[in-house]
Design a protein around this ligand. Structure first.
Ligand code: PLP
Length: 496
């Protein structure tokens, strides 16, 4: 079966998977969605015998149907290799009454590595297949983790350049240090004076700027996106839900066909959308539990049916979830409208013009798969503390938001279905918040001293990703205002 990709807003053309990966965003501003969600017709017992890489092939080949078997297997082999510090790639850790799916064993110790270690290979393969001769310029807005993971993935990949914009005062010190020390002749890291939404909005605008695209083309460049709106990010994220399910079957924690619940700490709605797609493929998932921090737009949306971004932007200890416009939600909205692109475009227009939209009662019924809740900053800290106290297991603040919301879900529903919590970052990426929750006298220590102390407490070695940046020199120090981002891009590319 050939799966093609069409825009959620209906005006762009229908394209192959490789074209959708190259383009990132449809020209009508919509997101690419598969014309049909393929079924996962492999028995769970069989999946339980497969490696991560083999599972990735089973899942991804069903979505990326214009890639040959050899092409896709090469991409997978180049992505999920010794960059990960465990052969399991995404191990499950049982703690405090749930299974934590550790998605942080890649190069930058956060879950973005799961998709961004394969995206450059998918993209360069897609360029070759479509006879693209321009250099591909990856333009990315990051709330912290995407930036470094994309930089690590694309650094020194021939035929590509990568430009990352991040909110100068909206990421953790370790996140910033990771980015500004990035090596590679094709990497550019730029701080902006606004917040993540400012950066993301400006990037989206550049993608839709036809005059800018023409100027780039003239100079031998074209944009593409490594943000989670790229279908090449979404599809690799479906894999680990299938993998987690099959591991649970493999070790007898569930029977094949038995439902599990999934809890996902959510920002841009990419990770949880991948779980939703896994469910649509036929993976037995019961509830999709969407966990937000104090920027609880999604919680309010699930409760009321109104998505309202007109509110204060709160900086929290889970910065990768500090988002008021969850871009990937558009793909869910599109499904909820019954794939009515016109209706979807209308709602998205209302959001960009008036700052809110409300879905119909009919559409609201489609949200029954989801449960939304949120954790305050105190609740997040308490969840780190409780998980450590109860199970001797240290989790990062993003994962803690999910763990805290899971407790609320249990209290609300008494649903004790076997549950997988997406563990999206290593505690070493957010050592200060983590140590504040589980240790004393942390104020006097710098981030690296905290990492050493965390290692003593948890018995987990300081990851290579943190060791490496202890002494690395700062290579990027540009800071601009959001409105100057297009000029900055032109300057970097030598366009006048
Ligand atoms: C990006 C990120 C999230 C949010 O994932 P979305 O796909 O944007 O919902 C959660 N936790 C961490 C650590 C992240 O890096």
């Amino acid at each position: 079966m050939q799966v093609l990709y069409k825009s959620t807003r209906g005006k762009g053309e229908t394209v192959t998977a490789s074209m959708a990966i190259l383009k990132g965003l449809s020209e009508d501003g919509g997101l690419f969605v598969p014309t049909e969600i393929p079924k996962l017709d492999v028995p769970a017992e069989k999946l339980a015998q497969m490696t991560y890489q083999e599972t990735a092939y089973e899942v991804m080949s069903r979505f990326l149907t214009d890639f040959t078997e050899e092409e896709l297997k090469n991409c997978i082999a180049n992505a999920y290799d010794a960059k990960f510090d465990t052969e399991e790639i995404a191990p499950l850790h049982e703690a405090d009454g749930a299974y934590f799916l550790e998605l942080f064993h890649g190069a930058t110790i956060a879950f973005k590595d799961m998709a961004l270690s394969i995206l450059p290979h998918l993209m360069t393969t897609a360029a070759r297949k479509n006879h693209v001769s321009n250099d591909i310029v990856i333009l990315t807005a990051t709330s912290g983790d995407t930036g470094k993971a994309a930089l690590a993935g694309f650094a020194d990949v021939p035929g590509t350049k990568i430009i990352v914009f991040y909110p100068k005062h909206g990421v953790s010190p370790i996140q910033e240090k990771q980015m500004v020390t990035q090596k590679g002749d094709n990497t550019y890291v730029v701080g902006i004076t606004g917040n993540f939404d400012d950066a993301q909005t400006a990037v989206k605008k550049m993608f839709n700027d036809h005059a800018l695209a023409a100027e780039l083309n003239e100079a031998g460049f074209q944009f593409s996106s490594a943000n989670s709106i790229n279908i090449g990010r979404l599809v690799p994220q479906i894999v680990y839900y299938v993998y987690a399910y099959s591991r649970l079957v493999g070790k007898g924690s569930i029977k094949a066909g038995e439902k599990i619940n999934v809890v996902v700490p959510t920002g841009n709605f990419g990770n949880i959308l991948a779980a939703y797609y896994a469910k649509q493929m036929g993976l037995p998932i019961g509830k999709l539990i969407c966990a937000s921090n104090e920027n609880k737009v999604l919680f309010d949306f699930f409760r009321t049916g109104t998505y309202d971004r007109k509110r204060e932007f709160i900086l929290t200890t889970s910065p990768s979830m500090d988002i008021l416009i969850s871009s990937n939600l558009e793909r869910l909205i599109y499904r909820l409208t019954g794939e009515n692109a016109e209706k979807c475009a209308e709602l998205m227009q209302a959001l960009s013009e008036g700052g809110e939209y409300t879905i119909t009662e009919e559409m609201k019924k489609g949200l029954a798969d989801f449960y939304g809740n949120y954790c305050s900053e105190t609740e997040t800290k308490d969840a780190i503390h409780a998980t450590y106290q109860n199970s001797d297991y240290v989790i990062d603040p993003h994962t803690a938001v999910a763990a805290g919301v899971y407790k609320k879900y249990l209290a609300d529903t008494d649903d004790h279905t076997v549950t997988v919590i997406a563990s999206t970052a290593s505690p070493y990426k957010f050592t200060r918040s983590v140590m504040d929750a589980i240790a004393d006298k942390t104020e006097e220590m710098d981030d690296f001293a905290l990492a050493d102390r965390l290692s003593e407490i948890s018995g987990v070695k300081v990851p290579k990703a943190v060791e490496e940046i202890r002494t690395a020199p700062v290579l990027h120090d540009t800071v601009v205002d959001a409105p100057d981002m297009p000029d900055t891009v032109k300057k970097i590319l030598g366009i006048h």
